[in-house]
Design a protein. Structure first.
Length: 78
């Protein structure tokens, strides 16, 4: 007998925050098609560039609270 969505949701909700984040990542990956190696390579270059900017202090960062507020404002504007 297979478990229902609600049963799975209840079980997942009992996981730690870290475990839920890992599960979410795995679920998202399961929806993706075949990986394009050119895209993967381009993202790796971009990530290295952004990390270098953060390390050098040249990247403009935005506090999470501000990002969250902006996202909520966008959703509420719909």
């Amino acid at each position: 007998m297979s478990r229902t969505f609600t049963e799975l949701w209840r079980e997942a909700a009992e996981l730690t925050e870290e475990e839920r984040a890992s599960l979410a990542g795995l679920l998202i990956e399961s929806l993706e098609g075949e990986r394009d190696s050119d895209v993967e390579a381009a993202w790796a270059v971009e990530i290295e560039k952004r990390v270098a900017e953060l390390d050098a202090g040249t990247a403009k960062t935005i506090p999470w609270e501000e990002v969250r507020r902006r996202l909520i404002d966008r959703l509420n504007a719909r």
